[in-house]
Design a binder for this molecule. Structure first.
Ligand code: ADP
Ligand code: MG
Length: 702
């Protein structure tokens, strides 16, 4: 049987009632297999005796693990009898050296009745030295069995599990032991993979994971379970891109996109040359566009690294072949900015561009939709309105999605329905650590732009304590005198949006009234009508406004090269990727730019760490890796709740080599034996049929 075949509820276990079941529920444990997949936080090594005679030489906090006899009781501290604390002196009887220990029974004076003088116990407890005395206040005393056998837990390495509700270590250990005792588990990987990666059998692995004979065995067990888990994760993710018949273009759909002239004319007309990375990713994208299997590619690169330009060039590749392109941005503002930019760049080449959002009015909309259906529009740029029902393309071949992490799964699905096996390019400026790219985004191929166009100066980042903000205002004022512009950003403080509004409003009044009187500025936030936002941004772009005070609406995409200062208030409340995104709004030209991260006094250690990362690095990839380390994968991908990333054994921060190996093996298997027909791979087929490790419903990127 496979581990995940144990679908019975934990309540079927002897002794698991309502309260334990609630505790398990809080740990997301419902079935017996969930229970087995629960990872110990740590293990307690009680396998070797640590007698009192030896513990004196050990560091404070070392655990005594030995047999003792109670010598005496006394009380200390407090004047009144009821306030005093019981102290029990025990002596070592393990035969491995003499020694005495004082058990300090804070709040446990009742032990006077149970731990009687002359009785013998198994002691496990953390010991500290005070002058000449050894003391322990955290201890367990278990009566020695009369028949001379070992007491429970003695001589073992015990798992320590995370707890919730009424659960205790004793309950979880009992339940896991019961499940292990009642079952034998089959291997879940082909033998040749187990040999190649020196994995142990699944049954020993899961037993060792919970109850290792030696702590040294834990590593091998974890490797086996982690590699198994990663193999299935990769098989699930990669299977979606590989060889599924509906996913291959028919011959008639495979138009040849050979016309090069348009692209070449365009690239030659640019006032700069493409960076090496831009050229590389462009090749990768074009190779996909020409391939029989539709493209499903993620283009990542820091803000300002030139992704959008690459997207336009690749769009020309498709347009030259007489096909249509859709370009979707997450907000109306951004869509408009892209449309204006694209019009400037591409209309001179004869490319027909249209702009569609929810606010495009009925009459205009009707004309636009007709033109689109006739094929008289080459590129349609807009928000998710592009993919509402009434929108029909003549031949949509290529979908480009900017800032993909802002879109949900349903929106992506709706789009795919608009074309016949269209190619999809997702763009993101929130770099994805390699491990995540290979797992959460496992069905995508990834292209990366690492380097910035030449001539960009790294942004200088200052951390500003709340009390030093006046100095910062001066520095920003100097930038205004130089003719530069600035953003002041507030975090979203709660979901209702009321209090952030109040904060930005106050801030705006303070800045425009007290700090920079007479400097033209505007307040911009998500509750403003769209036209007003567009108008403000236009005035900012043309330099009529010198600074914007905003909620995080300026977070993505806005491109105003003359803005050189980004002030972020309550910087500690933002995630690292959000800070990086915001900072990316400046430093978009060859002028020196600055980012000021303002923090309050009540900074947590985590927040300190995050701000330090921001000060020390402008490398989005480094920042993303750090974010992953500090916050964990669920928070970053927004998949925390989906269950998809519930990796039980593998670590996204530590197991990159294993993840890569699993990806390679999965791709090879899917290429050679997609149905898992070969005898050597048949175990994979059985696992998928009987106990699929990842629920395919939840494996969509969100
Ligand atoms: P992204 O989409 O990655 O944020 P963009 O494509 O919007 O980046 O490029 C940012 C700015 O840099 C734009 O003004 C663009 O014209 C310019 N740019 C793009 N590629 C280059 C290059 N190779 N050399 C110089 N400037 C470039
Ligand atoms: Mg962009």
């Amino acid at each position: 049987m496979f581990i995940r075949e144990l679908k019975q509820s934990v309540t079927t276990l002897h002794g698991v009632g309502k309260s334990a079941a609630n505790g398990y529920e809080a740990l997301s444990i419902r079935t017996l297999s969930d229970l087995l997949l629960l990872a110990p936080r740590a293990w307690e090594d009680r396998s070797t005796v640590m007698p009192l005679g030896k513990i004196r030489e050990q560091p404070d906090g070392t655990y005594a693990n030995t047999f003792v006899e109670v010598v005496s009781h006394s009380f200390f501290g407090g004047r009144k009898a009821g306030k005093r604390t019981l102290k029990i002196i025990v002596r070592d009887i393990s035969g491995e050296g003499d020694g005495r220990l004082s058990l300090l029974c804070f709040g446990r004076n009742f032990l006077e009745k149970t731990l009687r003088v002359g009785r013998r116990y198994y002691l496990y407890g953390a010991v500290t030295r005070h002058m000449t005395e050894l003391q322990s206040s955290q201890f367990e005393m278990t009566p020695l069995p009369d028949d001379g056998s070992d007491p429970p837990n003695f001589g073992e390495i015990l798992p320590i599990y995370p707890l919730a509700g009424a659960l205790s270590q004793r309950i979880i250990r009992r339940d896991i032991r019961a499940v292990l005792a009642a079952n034998r588990f089959d291997d879940e990987l082909p033998q040749y993979l187990m040999d190649k990666y020196q994995l142990i059998d699944t049954d020993s692995a899961i037993r060792t994971w919970h109850y290792p004979h030696a702590t040294a065995d834990i590593t091998a067990a974890r490797r086996t379970l982690a590699f198994t888990e990663l193999m299935y994760l990769q098989l699930v993710a990669r299977r979606r891109t590989f060889s599924s018949p509906g996913n291959v273009r028919t011959v008639s759909e495979r138009i040849v996109l050979a016309a090069k002239a348009l692209e070449e004319t365009f690239v030659a007309s640019l006032p700069f040359s493409l960076t090496a990375d831009q050229r590389t990713v462009l090749q990768e994208i074009k190779r996909d566009l020409d391939a029989p299997v539709p493209m499903n590619r993620l283009l990542q690169g820091d803000v300002g690294s030139g992704k959008t330009l690459v997207a336009w060039i690749s769009a020309l590749h498709v347009i030259a072949g007489g096909q249509q392109v859709a370009f979707m941005a997450p907000t109306e503002l951004l869509a408009r900015q892209h449309a204006e930019h694209a019009a400037q760049l591409l209309e001179p080449l004869g490319v027909r561009i249209a702009f569609l959002t929810g606010s495009v009015k009925t009459k205009e909309r009707k004309l636009l939709l007709e033109a689109l259906a006739k094929g008289n529009i080459d590129i349609l740029i807009g928000t998710h309105a592009l993919f509402s029902k009434e929108v029909e393309f003549k031949s949509l071949r290529y979908i480009i999605i900017d800032e993909q992490h802002r879109f949900g799964v349903e929106q992506r699905m709706a789009m795919l329905d608009k074309g016949r096996t269209p190619d999809v390019l997702l763009m993101t400026a929130t770099p994805i650590p390699r491990t995540l790219a290979l797992t959460v985004f496992g069905d995508l191929n990834v292209s990366t732009i690492h380097t910035m166009p030449a001539g960009r100066l790294p942004i200088i980042t200052h951390l500003v304590a709340d009390k030093s903000r006046q100095r910062m205002y001066q520095a920003v004022g100097v930038e205004f005198e130089r003719g530069h512009q600035a953003y002041f950003v507030y975090p979203r403080i709660d979901d209702s949006g009321e209090s952030d509004l109040r904060d930005v409003t106050n801030m705006y009044e303070y800045l425009s009234g007290t700090i920079y009187p007479g400097v033209p500025s505007a307040l911009i936030h998500s509750k403003l009508p769209e036209e007003e936002k567009v108008d403000i941004l236009l005035r900012f772009r043309t330099g009529q406004l010198r600074y914007l005070v905003s909620t995080s609406v300026v977070e993505v995409g806005i491109d105003i090269p003359n803005a050189t200062c980004m002030v972020i208030e309550h910087a500690d409340r933002f995630g690292l990727s959000a800070l990086h995104q915001l900072r990316g709004r400046v430093g978009r030209s060859d002028i020196q730019s600055y980012c000021f991260l303002v923090y309050g006094d009540d900074l947590s250690d985590d927040a300190k760490l995050r701000l330090k990362v921001m000060r020390e690095s402008t490398d989005g990839f480094h920042i993303a890796e750090q974010d992953l380390l500090i916050r964990g994968p669920g928070e970053i991908t927004g998949t925390k709740q989906s269950g998809f990333l519930r990796l039980h054994f593998a670590s996204l921060t530590e197991d990159l080599p294993m993840i890569q190996a699993a990806r390679t093996e999965a791709d090879r298997i899917l290429a050679d034996d997609p149905g898992f027909i070969l005898a050597s791979n048949s175990v994979i087929r059985r696992v998928f049929a009987q106990a699929p490790p990842f629920d395919e419903e939840t494996t969509e990127v969100s």
